[in-house]
Design a protein around this ligand. Structure first.
Ligand SMILES: Cc1ncc(C[n+]2csc(CCOP(=O)(O)OP(=O)(O)O)c2C)c(N)n1
Ligand code: SF4
Ligand SMILES: [Mg+2]
Length: 296
């Protein structure tokens, strides 16, 4: 583990105008490696804002992963450990267990978390490890040239599915948040998006809640952030944001799946769509009395 020893002059300051109008929170002034329209930068900023608001910057350890966000330690003024591809949850387990008083989080893409790192994240969540995962789902392997990920939408063209993802041969998108929310070790699980300013505000609130859950020692906390990859999607930044707000969100509904400390647990219809679906299912049972009702 390295102490990065950031000096204050490495942290971005506004132009010399006599007084501070706006200061970028916990963000370093290094040039970004992200493409125009990429959501990673927005997510970095939200994490930085939340950690600064909670005054956690000095005691937080970032566990980086492999993907376009591999240089996250160059953008966030935090101590950091870099993990091999997919292994962030295993590395974070070790870091948090060894340093329980530190705040520990992984920052992972969907290729990293939901493909090569599937086993690590499932078992860390099942064990209820007391760290936070920020999971950036852009539906593709951005860094390596836009190949299909487990999260790629049905019909989506990628460099390894040029005719569009075909479920007959490559299966269906993996709903990571829904899957992990079934595990009792998961104290908080939410899916958010950066598709517009209102949703960015909600994403910030979810990230803050996830860190609060960690501070309270409740268990594993996860925020899945639906994000853009205009380059991998073959779209302009504007088209990518529209696609995120429509098709991607239709496939991956937003909401809080688990917040056990607040009594929100799996099976509760807490999104509008889920509530409507539950109502439809109940009406269908009433209309078909021969069909056995589900066990209470
Ligand atoms: C063991 C190993 N296998 C494969 C790779 C190649 N690789 C690097 S990044 C990546 C995919 C990253 O995709 P994702 O996690 O979705 O991040 P994104 O770039 O989309 O943000 C792959 C397959 C690697 N670096 N190490
Ligand atoms: S390839 Fe995609 S995920 Fe990677 S920096 Fe560019 S837009 Fe972002
Ligand atoms: Mg990705």
């Amino acid at each position: 583990m390295t102490s990065l020893s950031r000096t204050d002059d490495q942290i971005a300051e506004p132009a010399e105008c006599g007084r501070t109008i706006y200061r970028r929170p916990l963000l370093l002034s290094n040039p970004t490696s992200y493409c125009p329209g990429c959501g990673h930068g927005i997510v970095h900023r939200l994490v930085a804002e939340v950690l600064e608001e909670l005054d956690l910057g000095k005691r937080t350890i970032l566990v980086g992963s492999v993907g376009c966000s591999v240089f996250a330690y160059d953008y966030l003024a935090l101590d950091a450990v870099e993990s091999p591809h997919g292994r962030a949850a295993a590395v974070a387990t070790g870091v948090k267990r060894y340093r329980p008083d530190n705040v520990v989080f992984t920052y992972q893409g969907d290729g990293d978390l939901a493909a090569i790192g599937t086993a690590e994240i499932i078992h860390a969540a099942a064990r209820g490890e007391r760290f936070t995962t920020i999971f950036v789902n852009n539906g593709i392997y951005g860094m390596t040239g836009g190949q299909m990920a487990p999260t790629t939408l049905i019909g989506q063209r990628t460099t390894s599915s040029p005719l569009g993802r075909n479920p007959a041969t490559t299966g269906y998108p993996l709903p990571v948040t829904e899957m992990l929310s079934l595990l009792p070790g998961v104290a908080y699980a939410a899916r958010v998006s950066v598709a517009d300013p209102v949703l960015v505000g909600r994403a910030r609130a979810a990230i803050k809640r996830a860190f609060e859950v960690q501070l309270d020692g409740h268990g594993f906390s996860l925020v899945e952030v639906l994000s853009t990859c205009p380059v991998g999607w073959g779209m302009t930044p504007t088209e990518a944001m529209e696609h995120l707000a429509t098709d991607v969100t239709a496939a991956y509904p937003l909401g809080t799946w688990v917040d056990r400390a607040k009594g929100v647990a799996p099976g509760m219809p807490i999104t509008m769509e889920a509530a409507k679906e539950a109502a439809r299912a109940a009406a269908s049972h009433a209309a078909h009395p021969a069909m056995p009702a589900p066990e209470a």
